[in-house]
Design a protein around this ligand. Sequence first.
Ligand SMILES: [Zn+2]
Ligand SMILES: [Zn+2]
Length: 182
Amino acid sequence: MLIRVADLQLKKLEFKQDFQPGVIEYGLDFHQVSPLHTEGRAEVIVEHRGHKENVDDIRVVAKLDVTMEVGCARCLEPVQFAVNRAFDLLYRPMGVDKRAEEVAISEADTEIGYYEGEGLLLEDVMREQVLLASPVKQVCREDCKGLCPQCGANLNTATCNCQHPGDPRWAALSELKNKLQS
Ligand SMILES: [Zn+2]
Ligand SMILES: [Zn+2]
């Protein structure tokens, strides 16, 4: 859904929308496994700069909720997690700030973004917010044992015959080593 500045200039937009899985591409390893529900509003905020310069910013105030899935950082099994997020964002027309200024602003305040051309795709806003709210590394459980670095077996569900640091055979060995060294 394109949020057009020209439409917002006439009327504030109230939206309530469900995006089915597959509509928004997240990249990385993230998959959407429930409809993404969002509701909120968008409006134009006019910034008066200097003599006659007006800048039309788009403000989006909304919330979203969705269930996402990503591979466990240790064992690669799918892990689901919920994202519930409320946000209040300001988008400026691309190019309105001088290059150096844009960089400085985006570093100082991530709540300011930029739109290109006619307006802003609601899908893009959603993708950005979901990724911001998603932890970089998810584990399926705190004590996930991960994959065996030698044979690749999932150590939560399988045992293998490789030796792993931390397993009893290694512990005995390092104990012996410590004794020999002291
Ligand atoms: Zn895991
Ligand atoms: Zn193994």
